[in-house]
Design a binder for this molecule. Sequence first.
Ligand code: ADE
Length: 232
Amino acid sequence: MGITGIIGAMDEEVSCLKEAMKVERIHQIAGMDFYEGDLDGKKAVVVRCGIGKVNAAVCAQVLADRFQVDRIINTGVAGSLKNVINIGDIVLSVDALQHDMDATGFGYAPGIIPRMETSVFKADEGLVDLAEKVCREENPEIQVFKGRIVSGDQFISDHDVKMDIVSRFDGYCTEMEGAAIAQAAWLNDIPFVIIRAISDKADGSAEMDYAEFEEKAIGHTVKLLLGMMKKM
Ligand code: ADE
């Protein structure tokens, strides 16, 4: 069974998990609080990494080095990149890439990390399938999709910027940490999955209601995460 590392970028994304957890110890490392304990009787470390790819990658590396986690789950919200994916729906990563990795001036295609074996980091199929099954049980009122998640150090809220990302990469949703965690997990040979609830359409259309949508969306991921821990 081992230890599950759970990363969320923002307090809102992990606070319910921390509340549900029997906390044994809080470790302060790299400016982050790592909550070690058990969730539904299973060993877990829950942490808020902060926003963006660097925070996310540092956090994943600490989970690898200091906690020797057996799997990493990244949870949170994201902007939809497909019309059929609505606010509140869930996207599970089949794989993840960085949409803002740009060495095109050096002859590489957009998103390709020069001199790496891969730039598209594949999620663990077992974790994806478990998340899908539990999601259908716990959140029957919403849709769940499996597809590519694209990450970058940009909050996408402009239609043209969104369409540019859509045209370059076949992403289902966009956010700011997943692919960095995926890359760190891949480098350390740790299985991972990214679970994102859609909070907006990544085009600025929902700015007014963002907070409300975000709260609802997070509710779906929390139910899903707790359900997954039960089955681990
Ligand atoms: N997280 C939630 N919505 C997002 C968006 N539109 N762009 C980047 N990250 C997000």
